[in-house]
Design a protein around this ligand. Sequence first.
Ligand code: FEO
Length: 164
Amino acid sequence: MLSKKMEKALNDQIQAELYSSYLYLAMSAYFESQGWAGFASWMRVQSDEERTHAMKIYDFIFTRGGKAVLQAIEAPQSDWKSVNEVFEETYKHEQKVTSLINNLVAIAISENDYATKNFLDWFVDEQVEEEENCVKILDTLKLIGDSKHGLYMFSRELGSRAAH
Ligand code: FEO
């Protein structure tokens, strides 16, 4: 059985994951509108992944005898200045999510809820991967600099990876 505090914190995380999904879909729409089909596809896959994160928590809450309660999701922004700005924001956002996951782990430990702590280990590992992906993309964008051709090739590359 989940404590009320743990249940509330997990429900807040469902909202945060769904917001991430919404934010990445807005970024995908921005890329689509700018003609960056590959980046748009990559972001759309990211958006879908975030929804699966939310649903993992949703299912876990029920498994532990709690109730998933959906909350309002804020509208994300719809425009950015550049490809770089989008991926910089993605990195910042993932760092924020990492700190939210760390807080959840801290709550699980303080509540002596080791089943939830074990469940959250998957998210801890996932955040390492998410942040690493962002750093790799930002490093590549730095190498590409102002080259439109380079950016086009990179968009194609990310687009094909997302399709796997
Ligand atoms: Fe669900 Fe990208 O963290």
